[in-house]
Write a protein that binds this ligand. Structure first.
Ligand SMILES: Cc1cc2nc3c(=O)[nH]c(=O)nc-3n(C[C@H](O)[C@H](O)[C@H](O)COP(=O)(O)OP(=O)(O)OC[C@H]3O[C@@H](n4cnc5c(N)ncnc54)[C@H](O)[C@@H]3O)c2cc1C
Length: 549
């Protein structure tokens, strides 16, 4: 008897084929549709090329960069202070590829209509491969509108911010062709309440915009501390002001910027987040003295936009993995994706993913048309609405996608645990959930025309009586201002759902818009997979599955 044949316990069956190397653009029909729809179609070949990278080498680098967390050294072996954070080469590969493909710079360097959409499309692909590197990429991208408020500093820094060259060396900006930027606002006593900042700025000579100051104080969160400079808030006699604080002084010596330690985070592991102290750090004032919050908000608005793009991307990658798994995995002799209850779950996840993408790219489209007042007001409101809603939806959606994969979705070899740990950060940083909802109220009450811009976008329901009723309810909810703060989450959610429904209706895919409206505007289950009867789940599953189109 050949005992060897009984020892063969590992014939692998009933496992999906590998997704490694899949072009993330080509396997994503909704992304292709929405990029074209929102005006980014001219960049298709560029996004396609990035899709191949994201699904191939960047995906592999993403695993390595997260398994090998950044390491902080305060001193060298001789006792000199060095404040050095070292990253795995895979992290640098992610950064280099993104910078060289214009992820932090495209819409500023080539500001034609559709550029924000194209960049958001590429960021969507990059984030699916690896999200942590997105932190310095987005901060660099977002710094541009704030830097432009101080033309003398912008002239010096912008060419390097917009250069498609990544240089991680620990040297002054004069020696680099390309730089990255971060931001430092949050202090121990207040993150939301930045007005409680205690960091002080002292003028070196003449005070005022563009002038040199020395900063003394701390920041409780300062991510990507190896960036070349940080937009920083500090107090002067006229109040909170914004500064550009480089890591090196113009004479090439290290600035008085000291990293205390790295944060030990839930996720976002490839990215370093630190606590820092300034002990007379040289910095230059950006914008008007005492107007630090409005100045840095120019940057924060863009990072909030990227939070929504990022959470949409995390959801899409979770869906891609789940849909692929279920298209191949059989249970009780039937492929999971053909079984009605799993179809209900997958279709529901696909709806969430596409609605998040639609809202994010519609926001990108608005950013591409800020010369139009209606688009500016829409973008003002939807930055807060989308940051709140899309980021809030991601963790539960990703959890459900992981469950579709059974035990495989709980294991680190799959990307699902990383996506799940990553998801909550987008709803916390750059202003947490409640802060976004309060900002929605602020935009609606303080900025003329914002409510009109919202209802102009929503229209009359586009022939759908359920959406028309939702819009009427929303109008009534805004007329009554009693307890409006208490109701702010519900109002924000209702705006988000109304706009998502309208975008999906306009796009003309009835299977998607009908299912979204039936499940989101007419109240069904409180978990995913409780879609009402009559939904074309097969069409939804088909549309979202990689390789099915
Ligand atoms: C991984 C990570 C990286 C970060 N990187 C940076 C960075 O690079 N630079 C930087 O400056 N910051 C950074 N942050 C800080 C982040 O932006 C803050 O943590 C965030 O803004 C919340 O501030 P806080 O932690 O002080 O919480 P708090 O301000 O204490 O808020 C606590 C809670 O109260 C809620 N809240 C606040 N006001 C109200 C209100 N009026 N009504 C109801 N609820 C309210 C908030 O929504 C929040 O949920 C980072 C955070 C994390 C987690």
């Amino acid at each position: 008897m050949n005992l060897h044949q009984f020892a063969e316990t590992h014939e692998v069956t009933n496992q999906p084929p590998s997704l490694d190397g899949a072009n993330l653009w080509r396997v994503d029909l909704p992304l292709q549709d929405w990029v074209r729809r929102c005006g980014g179609g001219w960049a298709e070949s560029r996004i396609d090329a990035y899709g191949a990278l994201a699904g191939g080498p960047l995906m592999a680098a993403g695993f390595l960069a997260n398994q090998n967390k950044p390491v902080f050294s305060s001193h060298d072996r001789y006792g000199h202070r060095i404040d050095l954070v070292e990253f795995h080469p895979a992290y640098h590969e992610l950064m280099r590829t993104a910078v060289e493909h214009g992820l932090p710079s495209l819409p500023w360097a080539d500001p034609r209509p559709g550029a924000h959409v194209a960049r958001a499309g590429m960021t969507y692909l990059h984030t699916q491969a690896e999200a942590g590197s997105g932190c310095p990429l987005t901060m660099t991208f977002a710094s541009v509108p704030a830097l432009k408020l101080q033309p003398d500093l912008a002239e010096q820094w912008l060419p390097k911010v917009l250069a498609t060259e990544y240089d991680p060396r620990n040297v002054g900006m004069a020696h680099k062709a390309g730089v990255t930027l971060g931001m430092a606002m949050t202090e121990k006593q207040g993150g939301t309440d930045v007005r409680a900042n205690t960091t002080r700025a002292f003028a070196v000579g003449v005070p005022g915009p563009g002038q040199a100051y020395e900063l003394v104080g701390h920041k409780w969160f300062c991510s990507a501390p190896m960036c070349d400079a940080f937009l920083t808030l500090a107090q002067t006699d006229k109040g909170l002001s914004c500064f550009l604080l480089p890591r090196h002084r113009p004479d090439d010596t290290r600035n008085e910027f000291y990293i205390q330690r790295l944060k030990n985070k839930l996720g976002n592991c490839s990215n370093a987040s630190s606590e820092v102290e300034f002990r007379g750090a040289l910095a230059w004032m950006i914008g008007e003295e005492g107007r630090g919050v409005p100045t840095i908000i120019e940057m924060v608005a863009m990072t909030r936009f990227d939070c929504m793009v990022g959470s949409s991307a995390l959801m899409r990658q979770a869906l891609t993995q789940a849909a692929h798994h279920c298209a191949h995995r059989q249970v009780s002799g039937r492929v999971l994706a053909d079984q009605p209850l799993m179809q209900n779950v997958l279709a529901d996840l696909a709806l969430e993913s596409e609605a998040a993408l639609a809202l994010s790219l519609r926001m990108g489209q608005a950013l591409d048309h800020l010369d139009d007042g209606q688009q500016t007001r829409f973008a003002r409101l939807m930055t807060a609405v989308g940051k709140y809603w899309v980021c809030k939806r991601a963790p539960a959606m990703i959890n459900e996608a992981a469950e579709c994969m059974g035990g495989a979705g709980y294991v680190e070899d799959s990307i699902l645990p990383r996506l799940y740990r990553e998801a909550p950060v987008n709803s916390t940083w750059e202003g947490s959930g409640n802060v976004q909802c309060l900002d929605v109220l602020r935009a609606l009450s303080k900025e003329p025309g914002v409510l009109d811009a919202l209802f102009a976008e929503l229209g009359d329901g586009h022939g759908d009586r359920r959406l028309a009723a939702h819009i009427d309810n929303l109008k009534a909810a805004f007329k009554d201002t009693t307890d409006i703060q208490y109701r702010a989450r519900q109002l924000t959610e209702d705006i988000a759902l109304g706009v998502q429904a309208k975008l999906l209706l306009d796009a003309g895919n009835a299977a998607v818009s009908d299912a979204f409206i039936a499940s989101r505007l007419s109240g069904s289950g409180r978990v995913y997979g409780a879609l009402p009867r009559g939904i074309d789940v097969e069409a939804l599953v088909q549309r979202s599955s990689p390789f099915s189109n």
